[in-house]
Design a protein around this ligand. Structure first.
Ligand SMILES: O=C(O)CCC(=O)C(=O)O
Ligand SMILES: [Fe+2]
Length: 266
């Protein structure tokens, strides 16, 4: 665990045993997120928490240099396996990253998308959010709204919404990395607990358009699962929105398989 590798070696670790299955990929297409539970020790996660606590201010993009142990988080084979499946094996870590501090007594953040306000079918960028401490419902979890990576609303309008019936607080164990589509609606919630909650948000980008399935693809399994793209609901939504998202799901799936999709839906 103390062997820190430079970022140029990020792609070289062994992840082939941890590529996602067709079931997991279809779940991501429909719901827009995938949760990775790592096997880091509680001492390792706690040491990252402690190092962040001791920082003199928030270093912004400099968080990786300030806390180099984070390299190990984003080199974990399960994290790499999921990222490589979603973005292709030559994905890259973005230079933009941030340590999100949610202090005791904070107020909830407004719903927002980090991505662009545009409806589309591609997975160009994902968020990979690492939590160095357990996050229970009192500790200001990040809350996501599954399925909303295919939705679009002006941010100022989105921020006026309060609770959604199917919103999902990411109550997680220390060491969890939650990977979401860049466009998913999310917000930090109020920290009613007694310790600061940290979340390290890193962005990963696809470098090439998919030319083949990069996950653990099995055409027989895929064929069995594919109906879910049409029938499964990510949450309550109108029939009209469901029709739109169904089209986008199918386009996303074809795109991931490396088949050219005919048009970009806005
Ligand atoms: O802190 C969080 O849980 C989410 C923060 C966030 O999404 C943001 O500031 O963009
Ligand atoms: Fe955000």
């Amino acid at each position: 665990m103390n062997n820190i590798k430079p970022s140029s070696e990020l792609q070289e670790c062994n992840f082939v045993d941890y590529l996602l299955t067709d079931e997991e990929m279809i779940t991501f297409v429909i719901h827009g997120y995938h949760i990775v539970e790592t096997d880091f020790t509680s001492e390792f996660n706690q040491s990252i928490y402690d190092e962040i606590e001791q920082l003199d201010g928030n270093p912004g993009d400099g968080i990786l240099d300030a806390v180099p142990k984070l390299y190990q988080v984003y080199q974990h084979p399960k994290v790499n396996g999921a990222l490589a499946s979603l973005l292709g094996h030559h994905y890259e870590m973005s230079g933009h990253r941030h340590c999100h501090v949610n202090p005791v007594g904070s107020r909830s953040q407004g719903w927002h998308q980090d991505g662009v306000n545009q409806r589309h079918y591609q997975i160009q960028t994902v968020l990979a959010m690492y939590y160095p401490q357990d996050v229970n419902s009192d500790m200001g979890p990040t809350v996501i709204v599954p399925g909303t990576h295919f939705r679009n609303a002006p941010t100022d309008q989105m921020a006026t919404y309060t609770n959604f019936r199917h919103q999902l607080p990411l109550t997680v164990k220390a060491g969890t990395v939650a990977i979401t589509h860049y466009d998913i609606w999310h917000a930090a919630s109020r920290n009613k607990g007694d310790r600061t909650r940290y979340m390290l948000k890193f962005l990963f980008n696809r470098k090439n358009d998919p030319d083949q399935p990069w996950w653990n693809h099995d055409p027989v399994t895929a064929k069995r699962e594919i109906h879910r793209l049409d029938s499964e609901r990510a949450g309550a939504c109108s029939q009209s929105d469901h029709y739109k998202e169904r089209g986008l799901r199918r386009q996303m799936w074809l795109h991931l398989l490396g088949r050219k999709s005919s048009k970009r839906e806005e």
